[in-house]
Design a protein around this ligand. Structure first.
Ligand code: SF4
Length: 350
């Protein structure tokens, strides 16, 4: 098979057109793709950071039903926005999206800007998201680079090294800008590049046989697909222990809100103390913020976040305390609780 050469405009145009044609035929039917509204793009891009498409689809539809436009999102209470984000994790994205909606109302008269610089002035909107909205919604020839796009471009060019290296990141942005500047359809080209990385040129088992860019791929030609990009060295994970006590009084549970910074910031939880190491039952009783009459151990499980292994030690407890936030068990859906908090509450109530 003869490969196309790189670097000349005709070859780049051919590559772009192959991808645009493929995307037209094989694009997945995803809810944020219908209508191409800037608000839908802003919400979906926030949800898709670090979260798989299959998990986002349902949450996206529910979120858009409750907050159909920038105005309704800006007017909402943070607690309600966080509650609608449940199941997606990385709640800082929800807080930033909420803040971005308020900035759009205050500074842009409720209209999401098309200019990448103005988009990047919004909380939580970086170069990638700004490029995605500017190109996909407003058809501007702006590059986008995420992990998928970088992997595709590095493989196409048989570019060695780790994805996370700054030289490769800078090179990828430059190459993505060259390519999107060549095509007549920046929206379909950028979406096609993301789609190809997500569905065909996957990290562990790329489907080169069905790739529309196989004729352009130097890694395929050189038999180097499996070694590009080089696997990243993983940072050491840290351990964290959370000691959680579920207090029930008739049909209510005692809840508390977490601090505004750090893990699960501003989320709600049953009364909990944290420690980097395991602690004894006596220490739990001494340190607990709620006076304990007694506690009974119910469960223990490990929840993995990006950088931590969090062990949840789950107890049922009783207290004479009547103050604090006692919440109706029948309305826990309205409270922003992390997935492990929902799991441990269920373990105690079942
Ligand atoms: S030919 Fe294979 S390695 Fe090259 S871009 Fe296509 S799927 Fe990726």
């Amino acid at each position: 098979m003869s490969r196309c050469s790189f670097g000349d405009r005709a070859s780049d145009r051919h590559l772009c057109q192959s991808l645009v044609d493929w995307f037209g035929l094989f694009a997945r039917d995803l809810p944020w793709r219908s209508g191409r509204s800037a608000y839908a793009a802003l919400v979906s891009e926030a949800m898709l950071q670090q979260t798989q498409v299959s998990r986002v689809v349902d949450r996206f539809n529910q979120f858009m039903k409750r907050f159909p436009d920038v105005e309704s999102l800006a007017a909402a209470e943070q607690m309600e926005v966080l509650a609608m984000w449940q199941g997606l994790g990385y709640y800082s994205r929800a807080r930033n999206l909420h803040q971005a909606a308020r900035v759009i109302m205050d500074r842009f008269e409720g209209v999401i800007p098309s200019c990448p610089e103005q988009l990047q002035s919004l909380p939580g909107v970086g170069r990638y998201t700004a490029g995605a909205i500017a190109s996909i919604v407003f058809d501007r020839p702006e590059p986008i680079v995420d992990g998928n796009v970088q992997r595709v471009l590095m493989r196409l060019h048989a570019r060695r090294g780790e994805q996370s290296g700054s030289a490769n990141i800078n090179w990828t942005w430059k190459r993505a800008a060259e390519l999107v500047g060549t095509t007549d359809d920046p929206a379909a080209f950028n979406e096609g590049l993301m789609e190809l990385g997500a569905t065909v040129c996957s990290r562990n088992s790329p489907s080169c046989d069905s790739c529309p860019l196989a004729d352009h791929c130097r890694s395929l030609e050189a038999g180097m697909v499996d070694s590009i990009p080089r696997p990243r060295k993983r940072a050491a994970r840290t351990a964290l222990h959370q000691y959680c006590v579920v207090f029930r009084r008739r049909d209510k549970l005692l809840l508390q809100q977490r601090a505004g910074k750090g893990l699960w910031a501003n989320m709600w939880e049953v009364p909990t103390i944290e420690s980097r190491t395991r602690i004894s039952s006596e220490s739990i009783v001494d340190r607990f913020p709620v006076p304990l009459v007694d506690i009974e151990r119910i469960d223990r499980f490990v929840h993995r976040t990006t950088h931590r292994d969090v062990t949840f030690h789950v107890y049922r407890g009783s207290t004479r305390q009547r103050s604090g936030h006692w919440h109706d068990i029948g309305h826990l859906d309205e409270v922003p609780l992390s997935n492990p908090q929902r799991r441990l509450i269920a373990a105690v109530l079942d």
